[in-house]
Design a protein around this ligand. Sequence first.
Ligand SMILES: [Zn+2]
Length: 103
Amino acid sequence: MDKSNINHQHVITTAPTQMPSVINVTTNSPPPVGPKPIDIYCPYCHCRITTRIEHNATTKTHIVAVILGCTICCCCLPYCIDSCRNANHFCPSCGAYIGTYGS
Ligand SMILES: [Zn+2]
């Protein structure tokens, strides 16, 4: 009985042992953002910044638009009201996404 079943398993040891550096700041504790620009330290570039806000129309915006359009014919009004839209905060320095204020 000869040992012919020799496993030739070459274990590749070149796999990186370090985890890729993923910034999971937003998953742990999102900064408390509001409908207005806020003064915070950017978690990405660590600069003292005032957030830049971009408003997005949300599902609520469209619903309000439909309701107003059916009642007082002001269907475009919700798109002009900030409280009916999400406020996305961005860092003006590095452009990183900070957080979203949802009304
Ligand atoms: Zn930044």
